[in-house]
Write a protein that binds this ligand. Structure first.
Ligand code: M6R
Length: 365
């Protein structure tokens, strides 16, 4: 079943262009078809939405964090995101007009499911599940469903489920945005970006060889720091989660602006720093954060837009990505970080598809 691939995770990384294509198919022909993708009752429910509460775990939670940046910036809709194990056990206020959204690959994650079940007593305008498994508990118990069509994900480390979740969430932003007066031209321009996505992901996977080379520098390390700013911060979090999960190297992610509030103290030559630097409005700020790392002797590994003009230098290793439209950039920049953790894990000889202590589906608390 793995075919030419050595591990399921590797196969699943390379399947992402096709998985995203399937997720988009027949759903992005027009702004109306985007709403229809959320089910018959979507329009009536979306009309009442004033705010969004996202609940998920692990990688799916990171997808929710990206969605928050998009929802607030593109659609002007306030959004809260929380890990299910916290959300379900605390008293929370539900603002009027809240849409409850769960994100899950399996649809069986105990905490996410329990959080959904608890919504019964609350005034949500509706419950939407973004899920990869048709017929799963989450899907059966939600009135709105968007199925990501990633296909079975076998590797414990989530890859194609994450990028298809992001694709689905960007469609949700458009579907909700439209009801809030987001202009059709804006929606069309996002749709155009989405149409380029499978191809851009494909281009990102072609960095496999150079990333494999670069991964050698991480094998003997004990810690790694991931940096991103804005919508790329959750991408950095996801990169750190992948690395710790399959290579067992301790990794942390920080929004780059927080460096000098603590983590900079950790940086020395033994602490590689990975940063995602798309060509966005935060690039200049990120560059100055990276200077701070260099000044402490930290080795920098940068995934950067080729138009960002960041150059290789002493202690600075740059891998260029194609020019990516800003909105979909977090989806594309996820891929090199998946490849990096994959190669580091292979070199360290861990069980990539079945990392120790972890289960694919966390059905107990
Ligand atoms: O099936 P789910 O998406 O609900 O699973 C949530 C997490 O358990 C999952 O994403 C986990 O964090 C992955 N192993 C990360 O790669």
């Amino acid at each position: 079943e793995k075919g030419e691939y050595r591990h399921y995770m590797q196969k699943e990384i390379f399947e992402q262009p096709a998985a995203i294509q399937r997720t988009l198919e027949d759903r992005i022909d027009s702004p109306q078809s985007v709403s229809d993708a959320f089910g018959e009752r979507a329009t009536a429910i979306f009309d009442q939405v004033r705010t969004v509460q996202i609940v998920a775990c692990g990688t799916s939670y990171h997808a929710g964090m990206v969605a928050r940046y998009w929802l607030e910036a593109l659609a002007g809709i306030p959004c809260q995101v929380e890990v299910a194990s916290e959300f379900r056990y605390r008293q929370h206020v539900v603002p009027e007009g809240t849409l409850f959204v769960t994100i899950s690959q399996s649809g069986e994650t105990a905490d996410t499911l329990a959080a959904l079940r608890d919504t019964d007593s609350n005034n949500y305008v509706g419950r939407l599940a973004i899920c990869n498994v048709d017929g799963s508990s989450l899907v059966r118990e939600s009135e709105l469903v968007f199925l990501t069509k990633a296909g079975p994900e076998i590797g414990v480390a989530s890859t194609k489920a994450f990028t298809t979740q992001l694709t689905a969430l960007l469609m949700l932003v458009m579907a909700l945005g439209r009801r809030k007066g987001m202009a059709d031209e804006k929606i069309e321009s996002i749709l155009n970006e989405l149409r380029q996505l499978p191809n851009l992901i494909e281009q990102a996977t072609s960095l496999d060889k150079p990333i494999e080379q670069l991964s050698r520098a991480f094998v003997e390390k004990h810690h790694t720091l991931f940096l991103g700013r804005g919508v790329q911060f959750p991408v950095a979090l996801e990169g750190a989660l992948k690395l710790k999960e399959i290579s067992y190297i301790h990794a942390e992610a920080y929004p780059a602006g927080e460096l000098k509030h603590g983590p900079l103290a950790l940086v020395d030559k033994d602490m590689p720093v990975v940063a995602v630097a798309p060509n966005d409005e935060l690039l200049e700020k990120l560059k100055s954060n990276l200077q701070e790392v260099r000044a402490r002797g930290g080795e920098l590994y940068l995934f950067a837009d080729r138009n960002a003009h960041v150059k290789d230098g002493e202690g600075i290793h740059v891998l260029n990505l194609p020019a990516v439209p800003e909105i979909i950039a977090p989806i594309v920049y996820t891929v090199p970080l998946q490849l990096l953790s994959y190669h580091v894990a292979v070199l360290r000889g861990t069980d990539v598809d079945q990392p120790r202590n972890l289960a694919k589906s966390v059905t107990v608390e």
